[in-house]
Write a protein that binds this ligand. Structure first.
Ligand code: COA
Length: 304
């Protein structure tokens, strides 16, 4: 996460809003904002370096780097190539993947296919975003929601697959309700546009089906699940999901209060928090689920 923290109190001075409105409608109290010269590749490199350390791997062991982002440093070269150079992953292929807030789940699914096909041994999957740069700071309906950050994992070939299954979906007919036109670091006029209520409805309607379908397809009961890591967009969406599933909120990893919605970075950031504070333990069953612009949505069922 970048160092700078933007609180709801500060937002009260920027747009016509209140801390009470933001926390009651979204659950968000603060978000991190990148420094003016800090980019998606900068944050992604740090997250990837820490993932390599956690996996105890040297950079040359990485066969592929996938960066999920909707705020790449440039349209090309890909942010993945920029990170490859910084980390000296000299044996890796590298590309970016665009699926907005579902990007990390999409990237994880691609990595899983490479591993299962025997085409890679170790893959860096990174979600990194500087949404603050494409946020319209005069639009109170969006600017209170988003934040910056990066998270990363290494996916490795093992005899027992850690990624049990992934499911991906898209509804391109809803492209207009959440969009960002031609955004790169230098396109300062391009900002996120969102019909919040419509996004909210689609998320609530599709999220619980996604999770039930994932569990049924893999013959797993909800009671066997240790943790749900949902995309960190809005506390009310997460609560409604937990309610529908009848899953106690104590089993849901939630970081959005202090981070806001960091799009493709939100799930790996939440995963990182729960692994490092000891909540997630080896052998536990985790379901990750995301939705975002596209509209896209998807899940990943994982044995940690
Ligand atoms: C954006 C969101 C928080 C708005 O909450 P909501 O309960 O749907 O609020 P509405 O859009 O119905 O707006 C209600 C009122 O609050 C106002 N409002 C919007 N943003 C506001 C803010 N930051 N502060 C104060 N008032 C605000 C609206 O203008 C509206 O006023 P009106 O009734 O006078 O027109 C909610 O729709 C949401 O979270 N949607 C999903 C967004 C999301 O997750 N996007 C990312 C997907 S990956």
């Amino acid at each position: 996460m970048p160092e700078r923290i933007l609180t709801n109190a500060e937002l009260e001075k920027m747009v016509d809003t209140t801390d009470e409105w933001i926390t009651s409608r979204s659950g968000i109290s603060a978000r991190h904002i990148a420094a003016v010269d800090q980019t998606t590749a900068d944050m992604g490199s740090i997250a990837a370096q820490r993932a390599l350390e956690a996996a105890q791997l040297t950079p040359e062991k990485i066969d592929l780097i996938i960066v999920a982002t909707c705020t790449p440093d440039k349209l090309f070269p890909s942010t993945a190539c920029l990170i490859q150079a910084r980390l000296a992953c000299k044996n890796a292929a590298a590309f970016d993947l665009s699926a907005a807030c579902s990007g990390f789940i999409y990237a994880l699914s691609v990595a899983d296919q490479y591993i299962r096909a025997g085409n890679a041994q170790h893959i860096l999957v990174i979600g990194s975003e500087v949404l603050s740069r494409v946020t319209d700071w005069q639009d109170r309906g969006t600017c209170v929601l988003f934040g910056d950050g990066a998270g990363a994992v290494v996916v490795s070939a093992t005899p027992e697959p850690g990624i049990i299954a992934t499911r991906l979906h898209a509804m391109g007919e809803h492209a207009d309700i959440l969009s960002l036109d031609n955004a790169t670091l230098t396109h300062e006029t391009c900002k996120i546009k969102m019909q919040g209520r419509e996004v909210f409805k689609l998320a609530v309607n599709n999220f619980s089906d996604l999770i039930s379908d994932t569990l049924i397809a893999n013959q797993i009961k909800l009671s066997e699940l240790n943790w749900l890591i949902p995309h960190q967009a809005n506390m009310r969406i997460i609560e409604s999901l937990a309610n529908k599933l009848q899953l106690p909120l104590e089993q849901v990893i939630i970081t959005l209060q202090e981070q806001g919605n960091t799009s493709a970075a939100s799930i790996p950031l939440a995963l990182d928090a729960a692994v490092r504070d000891g909540r997630i333990k080896k052998g536990q069953l985790i379901l990750m689920a995301a939705f975002g612009g596209g509209i896209t949505w998807g899940s990943a069922l994982i044995r940690w």
